[in-house]
Design a protein around this ligand. Structure first.
Ligand code: 6PG
Length: 225
């Protein structure tokens, strides 16, 4: 199946695909475990999603990564999600990565929260019903940037990752945690990223985003070009 899904109206069509996944998950498991991407691309998608008529009390929100800043900082992925989705949809179950903490501690705390939920279900690690991911113009996804230590993590689910090109730490899901998802949507609206998407779809690229392969789930690239 072609993983590339081209859209005319990126925000509304992507939101509709998320709603479709939510309804299927709630019908099957009476819950929807949705992992949010950060950055700028998802903002308009989340604003459209917030308008959907969903049983939001059955939606559990997690994050793919977070900047090491407090939740009220303009750089915070949580703040972006709060303002575009969480407040207007009044979503009660949100697991926030604590960007205000020392990065290693924040990662350990988040991993413990996810593990507790997973183990309660008898799962070895947390399984997102749908994980949303963005992609940077260097082929990174979540905060798994080229040439960073977290790319090699094969056991942990959440780590802190120092990103030399930014000079900061980030908190991020690892590839094992990402690839445990039932479904993954990459959201890429900017046509300038099209060549990287094509390199990844062709295979054999060095881009971190190419290492996203749901173990027993499926992957869509939802693009605005
Ligand atoms: C972050 C994101 C990151 C983002 C890409 C794309 O914290 O910045 O999680 O992986 O998705 O950098 O960002 P844009 O959507 O802003 O281009």
């Amino acid at each position: 199946m072609n993983p590339l899904h081209r859209t005319k109206d990126f925000a509304s069509e992507t939101a509709a695909l998320i709603v479709e996944a939510a309804k299927a998950s709630i019908a099957a498991r009476n819950r929807f475990r949705l992992g949010l991407a950060g950055g700028n691309t998802p903002k308009r998608v989340y604003a459209e999603l917030a308008k959907a008529d969903l049983p939001w009390e059955k939606v559990w929100i997690t994050f793919g990564d977070e900047r090491c800043v407090p939740p009220e900082d303009d750089q915070s992925n949580f703040k972006m999600a709060r303002l575009s989705l969480l407040e207007s949809a009044k979503i009660p179950n949100v697991l926030r990565m604590r960007g205000e903490l020392e990065p290693t501690e924040a990662a350990l705390k988040y991993e413990a929260e996810l593990n507790a939920l997973a183990h309660a279900d008898g799962d070895p690690r947390y399984v997102h019903d749908l994980l949303l991911l963005g992609m940077g113009d260097d082929g990174h996804t979540a905060s798994l940037f080229p040439d960073t230590a977290a790319l090699a993590e094969s056991e942990r689910n959440v780590v802190s990752n120092f990103v030399p090109k930014l000079g900061v730490h980030r908190i991020t899901l690892t590839f094992p945690a990402i690839n445990a998802s039932r479904q993954i949507f990459f959201l890429v609206e900017d046509a300038k990223k099209a060549p990287i998407v094509q390199e990844i779809l062709a295979g054999g690229s060095p881009h971190p985003a190419e290492r996203v392969h749901p173990v027993s789930g499926n992957l869509k690239w939802i693009v605005g070009f």
